[in-house]
Structures are given as C-alpha cells and as structure tokens.
Design a protein around this ligand. Structure first.
Ligand code: SF4
Length: 393
C-alpha cells in the first residue's frame, strides 16, 4: 500500500493503463522473486486479506498521501463507526469529517461520503467491480479505481503510486524525474509486469502483485536510502542504490498561536472553537481553536508548545490559555467573527470535525477527555456562562 505523497500525481492524473509494452526485464522471473519475498515479508496490516470491497476502498482512500501508521490508527475506528457503505451514506457530513479528523486532506472524506451516497442511491448499494465503472464515481481517480479493481475484484490492471514509480525507475535505470514521458514509461512498464490472468494456485494474482510492488517501495526501495542488500530483485536492478534522486523539497517554518478558553456550563465543561470558513481553501468548515495574532502574545507565556508538520511546512505552535478577567485582552484579540465561534462541550469533541492540529492540542492538554471536576484550574475561566466573552459570545 502506498504511503507517499507523490502517489496521487503519479496515478490519479495519469491516463488509463491501456499501453502494454515489453517489460525491460523478464516479467515471469521478476514476478516470482517479488511474490516469494512478499509472502514472507509483507507487513500485517488490518486491510490486508479483507474480502469486502468497501473496506478496501476506505483503506485506499485513507492511504493517499498519508503514513501507514496514521491510517492504522484511524481505519478500524472509522469502520466501527461506519461499518457498511449504507452507514456511511446515511451519516451527516460533519460526523464523517469528525471520524476522519487527524488524517488530513479532508476533501478525501467528503468525496468518499459523496460516492457512498451515489452508490447507495443509484447503484443499489453495490460498488462496481471494474476499474472503468469505478472511475465514474465521485472522487475516484486512476490510482484508486485500479487499486480497488485489482485488490478487491482481481482485475488485471497495474496500480502505480509513488512507491511503484520509484521502484520501476530505479530498476530500469531511468532518472527519477517528474515528467510526462517518465510517467508514461512507468505506467507502461507496470502494465507489462502485472499478471494477465489469475494463476490457479493464487487467489488474486494481480491484486497481490500490485500490493507487493507497493510494499517493496514502502519498505525496501526507500526514497533516500534503499535497502538494496535486502531487495528481492537486486539481481535485476540496473542502479542498485546508485541512482540520482531529486533534491528534497525545502521545508518552511511558520509560527502559529491559538487560544484555549474553557468555561463551566452547569455540570459540563465547554471549550471555545472557531469554525473555518466554508470557502477556505484548506480544511473548509472544520473546527479549530481560535487563532491569535502574533502581536497579542507579547509578555505572555504559552501553556503548550509543539511542532506540527503539514506537507512542506513546519508550524511552530503556541497555545495560550485565557485564565480569567485579566486575560480578557487575549480573548478579545481573536479576530474571528462572532458567528464563527462556538462553545462546545468537551465530552462531545469526538464527534466534532476538528482539524488535526486542534485534535492534537486538545489531546495533549487532556481536554478531549476532561470531565467537569477534573479540569486544569489554570485554564478555566472564573466567569459564569454567557457573560465574560463580550463581543464574541
Ligand atoms: S536493488 Fe535497490 S534500488 Fe534496485 S529496486 Fe532494489 S532496493 Fe531499489
């Protein structure tokens, strides 16, 4: 399964895999070596060996541009909440986003939800069994349809993600370039290597082959330091670690500050959240702690510092607590409009579509699980409900 960001570019935007050329190596020998290794070394991942196309679909969407470790954390929980396509289709979107919280790239969750609704209402709840038909569903690109068709339905179609692309370029001695010619070459090579038909003793030759290719890239043919001496196809490789690799993208650093404001409301505890604009280009409609401008922070000490990475940006995050009347200025520094701010019960946070960073901060500060009598005193306002927030209440 894939776990690197290049995958979408390499697959979903690619042309359908109709070109089958001669592979630049003995395909039968390559497949045999690869599968022998895969059977003995494949990681035991929760979506492997499942025979439910819906589950395969969920795992493939989650794995796009997301580390396997993060997906493992969310996959079972998501399926417990939405065990069937119908359950997913009937759920309100905020619930789907809440279950997705922490995986990032929330458009994937919205499109998955939209496609589940479409399959339920238009296709009698049955996921199509071919890559061509799958491709017509909302949000399913070239990679995802090939992955579901081969892994769940056994179709003989190559799956090309960033891992597979890297493996094939190194095997054949091509430079790791992000060009149309390079992608066309990789697609053709991948198509030439995938088994054409089911092999009697194998349950799903194409699906297993595709997963083995992705596994090889994810665990052996690593982007920066490939483990060539452990590679099952070392003898067939033209580069064996002597490849040219594109320079790593520059990391940017950005400061970010947020307000933690809590209050008691009867026996409950509430935290102030801000809903991002539905028109925001990133994470529209999601909830986060209210951002604070840097000039409001002077002379104050944060209650939490952490680093949060999103693609090529490292956010150096500081969280400030509004502790009572003396911090009214801090609360008033929040630039959000009144209508975007919401007091939310802490015991309901698990069903709120929080941004990954907000979830991380609230978990780090034990706010997610806080019960009223266990609140950290320094973070609770002394003022009563509905009176202290002034312009933002
Ligand atoms: S020998 Fe090294 S570079 Fe070649 S495919 Fe194997 S891991 Fe990748």
């Amino acid at each position: 399964m894939r776990e690197h960001g290049k995958a979408d570019r390499a697959s979903d935007s690619a042309q359908a895999l109709t070109t089958v050329e001669e592979p630049e190596m003995d395909a039968a020998v390559f497949r045999r070596k690869l599968m022998t290794w895969y059977r003995g070394h494949a990681r035991d991942l929760p979506w492997r060996g499942v025979h439910d196309p819906y589950r395969t679909w969920v795992s493939e969407v989650m794995l796009q541009q997301t580390r396997v470790a993060a997906v493992i954390e969310h996959y079972e929980k998501f399926l417990q909440r939405f065990p069937t396509m119908l359950a997913l289709a009937l759920a309100p979107e905020p619930e789907v986003l809440a279950a997705w919280s922490g995986l990032g790239y929330y458009r994937r969750a919205r499109m998955l939800h939209r496609a589940a609704k479409f399959v339920t209402s238009e296709l009698e709840g049955v996921l199509p069994g071919t890559s061509t038909a799958l491709r017509t569903l909302p949000g399913i690109g070239e990679y995802t349809c090939a992955a579901i068709a081969s892994i769940a339905f056994g179709e003989s179609i190559a799956v090309v993600d960033g891992n597979v692309e890297r493996v094939l370029l190194r095997l054949t001695g091509r430079p790791e370039e992000n060009t149309a010619a390079s992608r066309t070459f990789v697609q053709a090579q991948a198509a030439a290597l995938v088994p054409r038909r089911r092999v009697a003793e194998q349950h799903n030759a194409a699906g297993d082959h595709n997963q083995a290719m992705m596994e090889l890239g994810a665990t052996i043919c690593l982007p920066r330091a490939p483990l060539c001496l452990h590679c099952p196809v070392y003898s067939m490789c033209k580069t064996r670690g002597e490849h040219l690799t594109q320079p790593r993208a520059l990391q940017r650093s950005r400061p970010a500050a947020y307000l933690l404001s809590l209050r008691k409301s009867g026996t409950a505890t509430e935290v102030l959240l801000e809903q991002r604009s539905p028109e925001a280009s990133l994470m529209p409609g999601m909830y986060e702690l209210p951002p604070l401008p840097q000039d409001a922070l002077e002379g104050r000490e944060p209650i939490l510092r952490l680093r949060h990475s999103i693609t090529n940006t490292n956010y150096y995050v500081q969280v400030y607590a509004a502790r009572g009347p003396q911090d009214r200025g801090l609360r008033r520094a929040v630039p959000a409009a009144k209508g975007d701010l919401h007091w939310t019960r802490t015991n309901k946070l698990s069903s709120v579509p929080l941004t990954g960073l907000a979830r991380k901060v609230l978990q780090r500060l034990d706010v997610m699980a806080v019960q009223p009598l266990q609140m950290p005193d320094e973070a609770i306002t002394e003022e009563s409900q509905g009176r202290f927030w002034g312009g933002h209440q």
